[in-house]
Write a protein that binds this ligand. Structure first.
Ligand SMILES: [Zn+2]
Ligand SMILES: [Zn+2]
Length: 130
């Protein structure tokens, strides 16, 4: 695994010299923390930016990287929507990346929350008072 990463860093230097424009793509990454794995999505311009994003995140949050790849290359993930890498609770604005997000009761609402409590507060405030 470490030999693989070192190899990528060498390749990165070469890629930067080529001055090529790489379009931003949606990527998926799978992490593991405390024996539980979770998938997040993020935007990156090419493999090297994705690699940097994933490794920086993994280092800061002390999570293990299982895999990462372009979403369009993940057939069985294509139709699922994953939380963004930096998921922020709509209600309390806490960052909750290493937990599974709690979706809103309202199926038409795309908001996600750090906890059931935040979701219920939001639901009461936004959807019940109409
Ligand atoms: Zn919250
Ligand atoms: Zn809602």
């Amino acid at each position: 695994m470490y030999a693989f990463f070192a190899n990528c860093i060498v390749k990165k230097r070469i890629a930067q010299n080529e001055d090529q424009v790489i379009p931003a793509e949606k990527w998926l990454v799978s992490f593991r923390k405390n024996g539980r794995s979770f998938v997040r999505q993020f935007m990156a311009e090419g493999y090297y930016e994705a690699y940097d994003t994933v490794l920086t995140y993994a280092e800061n949050r002390e999570v293990e990287v299982l895999w990462f790849k372009e979403k369009r290359n993940c057939d069985h993930h294509l139709n699922r929507n994953y939380p963004e890498l930096e998921s922020v609770c709509v209600y309390c604005h806490a960052i909750f990346n290493d937990k599974e997000p709690v979706p809103c009761y309202d199926e038409t609402c795309k908001a996600v929350f750090c906890s059931k409590r935040c979701m219920q507060e939001h639901y009461t405030f936004r959807h019940k008072s109409k």
